[in-house]
Write a protein that binds this ligand. Structure first.
Ligand code: PFF
Ligand code: NA
Length: 452
């Protein structure tokens, strides 16, 4: 298999290390911040069902494909796609997919870092007891203050970008691997505490009902697109992040099994976050569709009222920061790998360039929450525009390209060799990657365009 070649950046020390890093990439703000708020905006249960279907039928097969392409190509996504296209006798322009991913990463990190900054600001708020005995109005005022302050947001966004660059500079083994080992289980444990609190909040039944009782009349084409886009976003698919991580993966590791672990962990964390948050929404008569501020307006209520809440709040936002960090390093890694491999930069310089560009974009995103909030394109401010463009359009497009390439262009014998699946498993994957995944993405796009 592919263990004869190795990426110049080194390799994961083991399969477990890869699972940790890829899970670190997947589990992040997407699960804890984004999943609850878009579920709230899109009416709950039916949206959650569509999202779960997309994870299973589109996300899982595409994740298998993306890891496989990365491991076979062993380079940054642009070179990987180019060399795999040559190997398959396909058009070398498949490399443009790698470009799409790099641009996508830049656009995503531009806002991801700002939101991660919010969670850092909340570390301090927990520690200084600002949630203590507060009611929903006080908690909302805290969040509104942060939104109104460009200085505070830029400060935390800067700290977060520096942290990201610091980790990425240290490279695959030193930086990316170690950060995840204890943090994921700890985050999981804190979510369980929050779920336990939610059960006693008085809104538990209503919260569960909202999350899991589907009412399909509540969703339209755009909601379906958002659910599908989120499946890509939450699994880090469609922009080369998982592909680069795959390029550091030793041969003879079962890609399919690994994918089930990653997707499973990601889904569980998202659902737990939803189960922790919606009961608070209903118990406190809050707005489920409150938008990007939802977790910041709900969870502090729990921390402000439970015993030792300042400590749990502190730990929670610290862990959220680390979850965001293990994702942000994967968002920027394709660009860094490309700058090092193709532009002959030192890893350090590459981090400075890529990080600097994302930082500048992030400053503009901060302004979209206050002084530029009235500047709109297609009725969206800059944050909303970037989110829509990347999660709803670029990632599904990138995923579609991965599915078509892995399913139709690559020689089936090569895919079989990489995946080492039993015959039935391989056929199932092939069916999903050739037909189900591309057709679903395509149909959802047509539906949104109003063609269907
Ligand atoms: N999967 C991450 C999350 O859910 O927070 C976000 C993300 C990481 C998106 C890496 C895209 C990516 F390439
Ligand atoms: Na995720």
């Amino acid at each position: 298999m592919s263990d004869k070649t190795q990426s110049i950046h080194g390799a994961w020390s083991s399969r477990f290390a890869f699972i940790l890093a890829a899970t670190g990439s997947a589990v992040g703000l997407g699960n804890i911040w984004k999943f609850p708020y878009i579920t709230g905006q899109n009416g709950g249960g039916a949206f959650v069902m569509v999202y779960l279907f997309c994870v299973a039928a589109i996300g899982v097969p595409i994740m298998i494909a993306e890891i496989m392409l990365g491991r076979r190509g062993r380079q940054n996504p642009i070179n990987t796609m180019q060399s795999l296209a040559v190997e398959a006798g396909a058009d070398p322009r498949w490399q443009y997919m790698g470009w799409l991913g790099m641009v996508g990463g830049f656009l995503i990190l531009g806002y991801y870092s700002v939101i991660a900054g919010w969670s850092m600001a909340y570390i301090v708020k927990s520690f200084t007891g600002q949630f203590f005995s507060s009611d929903a109005g006080d908690i909302k005022a805290l969040f509104d203050d942060l939104m109104a302050s460009p200085i505070q947001q830029i400060f935390w966004h800067t700290v977060f970008m520096l942290a990201t660059m610091q980790v990425v500079m240290r490279g695959v083994q030193g930086g990316l691997e170690k950060s995840v080992r204890f943090l994921m289980p700890a985050l999981f444990f804190l979510l369980l505490i929050l779920v336990a609190y939610a059960m006693s909040s008085g809104g538990y039944e209503q919260g569960i009902e909202f999350l899991f009782n589907p009412d399909f009349s509540k969703i339209d084409a755009d909601a379906v697109l958002t659910a599908m886009g989120h499946a890509f976003f939450t699994l880090s698919l469609g922009m080369g992040a998982i592909m680069v991580y795959g390029s550091y993966l030793p041969g003879h590791v079962s890609i399919a099994k690994t994918t089930f672990y990653i997707a499973g962990a990601d889904t569980i964390v998202a659902l737990l976050a939803g189960i922790a948050i919606f009961p608070l929404v209903f118990a406190n008569h809050l707005e489920a569709a409150a938008g990007p501020g939802l977790i910041f307006q709900t969870l502090p209520l729990a921390f402000g009222h439970m015993g030792g809440g300042w400590l749990f709040g502190l730990l929670f936002f610290v862990l959220l920061f680390f979850a965001a960090l293990t994702s942000s390093i994967s968002i920027i890694e394709p660009a860094v790998a490309w700058l090092v491999e193709n532009k002959d930069l030192q890893r350090r310089e590459a981090c400075l360039w890529a990080g600097g560009a994302c930082w500048a974009l992030g400053v503009a995103v901060v302004f979209s929450f206050n002084i530029w909030s009235e500047h709109k394109w297609f009725d969206k401010n800059l944050f909303e525009l970037l989110d829509y463009l990347t999660a709803n359009l670029m990632l599904p497009l990138g995923g579609l390209a991965i599915a078509v390439f892995a399913g139709w262009k690559m020689k089936p014998a090569h895919a079989e060799q990489e995946l080492e699946l039993p015959a039935q498993g391989f056929q199932a994957w092939q069916f999903l990657i050739r037909y189900v995944a591309p057709a679903s993405v395509f149909l959802v796009f047509l539906h949104v365009l109003g063609v269907l």
